[in-house]
Design a protein around this ligand. Structure first.
Ligand code: KG4
Ligand code: ZN
Length: 350
């Protein structure tokens, strides 16, 4: 099945074409330079930039795939969660292409797209335990099948990517913070600062990062920004995030193996924060301790991209989960809220 995917939920304008698990094109225009002066994503600038770049990007994605719209079997566009202006741009474009070319349309949940990415890139089977860690979300879930997600825990305050971005901002490392913090952490001492690990040792699979972020802010208030200390702060912060993830993973394994749930054998990470090498290494080791296989998509498929949206669309369309063209953009949209999606759906024959 050949699917065009469109992603505009935040500050990446992206278009991709896939044919089954084969990625024919996967183009991303990153707006990072447009937002950098503001230290974070400015919704108005993001929406305008999507309008400016999306049509050329789609046309380039089609050219790279050496296809035209008549070859497509469907169109998938991110419908939420995300910044509403950007979602409206991408969703309207996806619906228009579907309408004009009479194609099945999938209104994709961005979190679901992250959650299913490892099936595109690594071909893994259901069920699996998933840590979805990004700039806006942090969840542990059991992915039982397409549209079947059981949430075990979520963040009570900030998302880990947000914490990486805030720490980077406080240290003057620019935006986005994750890659900058990771780079400096490589030459830093993770033991130098004793940072808190909120909720560590407690029951359940919820997360909290705001106390960790505040602890970093206190260090900076006390010491000022000392150039030589920055790598140590980055390493100590990153180590604390890794520790929190590993602790929560332990609890998730216990919960996911409780009857009546079927035992899961695979632990999968997804979302921008899952691009982090140290976090991947530590989670791989921890998974082995629990006898779980560990799967991480290549880093460029952890951060936002349209191939994952095309894939989620392909998975849904293959099951006849087609959305009507009045599917709304949703700034907030928990991925386990699937029943609402069934409204306006018509089965499609292939
Ligand atoms: O999944 P994503 O691209 O967008 C959202 O859906 O939020 O995630 C972006 C987040 C940003 O906060 C960014 O700083 C973080 O992922 N991130 C990282 C790394 N690369 C991106 N965090 C830690 N280490 C990284 N290497
Ligand atoms: Zn994302």
């Amino acid at each position: 099945m050949i699917i065009l995917g469109i992603e505009t939920s935040c500050d990446e304008t992206a278009a991709a074409v896939i044919n089954g698990r084969s990625i024919l094109s996967n183009l991303i225009y990153s707006q990072v330079l447009e937002h950098r002066p503001f230290g974070g994503v400015v919704p108005e600038i993001a929406a305008r930039s999507h309008v400016h770049h999306l049509d050329t990007l789609i046309s380039d994605a089609m050219k790279t795939a050496k296809l035209d719209f008549s070859h497509l079997d469907g169109v998938a566009g991110t419908a939420g969660p995300g910044l509403i202006g950007g979602l409206m741009v991408g969703l309207t474009m996806a619906k228009t292409i579907a309408l004009v070319h009479d194609l099945p349309f999938a209104a994709v949940n961005h979190l679901e797209a992250h959650a299913l990415t490892a099936r595109l890139t690594e071909g893994i089977a259901f069920p699996y335990l998933l840590l979805l860690a990004s700039g806006g979300h942090c969840q542990l879930l059991i992915v039982k099948g397409v549209a079947q997600y059981q949430r075990l825990g979520t963040t009570l305050d900030d998302a880990p990517g947000e914490a990486f971005d805030k720490v980077a901002r406080m240290l003057g490392l620019g935006y986005p913070g994750g890659p900058a913090v990771e780079k400096l952490a490589r030459i830093g001492d993770p033991q130098r600062y004793k940072l808190p690990r909120p909720l560590k040792g407690r029951e359940g699979c919820d997360f909290s990062f705001s106390g960790l972020k505040t602890a970093v802010a206190r260090i900076i208030e006390t010491e000022g920004i000392v150039e030589n200390h920055i790598p140590d702060i980055c390493a100590s912060f990153q180590d604390a995030v890794a520790d929190i993830f590993m602790d929560r993973l332990g609890n998730a394994v216990l919960l996911s193996n409780e009857p009546p749930l079927k035992r899961v054998n695979n632990f999968v990470v997804a979302g921008g924060v899952a691009a982090n090498k140290l976090l991947r290494t530590k989670l791989r080791e921890k998974s082995a301790d629990f006898g779980l296989d560990f799967t991480a998509p290549p880093a460029e498929f952890c951060t936002d991209n349209a191939a994952m949206v095309a894939w989620a669309g392909a998975e849904r369309i293959a099951l006849g989960l087609i959305d009507s063209l009045d599917a709304p953009p949703r700034a907030r949209w928990p991925m386990e809220h699937q029943p609402e999606l069934t409204m306006g759906r018509q089965p499609v024959k292939f």
